[in-house]
Design a protein around this ligand. Structure first.
Ligand code: ADP
Ligand code: AMP
Length: 215
């Protein structure tokens, strides 16, 4: 399965990508996660990306395209992959097509998660992530058994720096201007499937699997 999860920040892409990766036994490729690791490790790429991420704007296309090109060549992508947070611009989508063509591969589907704007802000302000294993939670919609502690590994749950309300507004504006056009891009390609992302996490998962099985 070669899949893109499309949708605004907070739509549930990471949440669903982790579950689908386990279901299909293929890797989740989150450019946001890869960039956050680079920032934390202080690599040259991380240093270059940090200012853009803190401001809620996009990291330059050549940086993220380089990340994905390299990642898709790794052996664990042979059976498929789930792209989460990439592509985010039309030039990134074009570059992905070229990278896949070079590898003799084609996308199977693009799932667009549809979520109301007001819900996104609440999801993002309440998002918490395990510092150690990266598992995601929500203080209200998907709370851990013990507040502030990861259910899976006991690690500390932290809030992302860019999940503050001012940065969230900026990220949603950037999404509308630069990423939303990708729905038409993949619609024209005949591989776009919309899923109602306003439902319970497990219901969204079931709907995605139904959509992928039916196509
Ligand atoms: P994205 O990767 O698209 O930015 P996430 O998967 O990180 O979004 O989800 C954002 C927040 O919303 C997380 O705290 C997550 O637990 C919560 N969330 C995800 N899906 C749902 C859902 N269907 N209903 C309610 N909350 C959700
Ligand atoms: P995410 O974890 O997907 O919400 O991404 C967090 C931040 O990383 C974004 O606000 C961008 O600054 C950067 N980023 C992640 N993916 C991309 C991408 N495909 N293109 C440009 N910037 C990205």
């Amino acid at each position: 399965m070669k899949l893109i999860l499309l949708g605004p920040p907070g739509a549930g892409k990471g949440t669903q990508a982790k579950m689908l990766a386990e279901y299909y036994q293929i890797p989740q490729i989150s450019t946001g996660d890869i960039l956050r690791t680079a920032v934390k490790d202080g690599t040259p790429m991380g240093v270059k990306a940090k200012g853009h991420m803190d401001a809620g704007s996009l990291v330059p296309d050549d940086v993220v395209v380089g990340i994905v090109r390299e990642r898709l060549q790794q052996a664990d992508c042979a059976k498929g992959f789930i792209l989460d947070g990439f592509p985010r611009t039309v030039p990134q989508a074009d570059a992905l097509q070229n990278a896949l063509a070079d590898l003799g591969k084609n996308l199977d589907a693009v799932i667009s998660l549809e979520v109301d704007l007001e819900a996104l802000v609440e999801r993002l302000t309440g998002r918490r992530t395990c510092r150690d294993c990266g598992k995601g939670f929500h203080v209200r919609f998907d709370p851990p058994a013990v507040a502030g502690k990861c259910d899976a590994c006991g690690g500390e749950l932290v809030q992302r720096d860019d999940d503050r309300e001012e940065t969230i507004r900026k990220r949603l504006d950037v999404y509308r201007a630069q990423t939303e056009p990708l729905a038409a891009y993949y619609g024209d390609a005949g591989i776009l499937h919309s899923v109602d992302g306003m439902q319970d996490i497990q219901v969204v998962k079931a709907n995605i699997l139904e959509t992928l099985t039916a196509k």
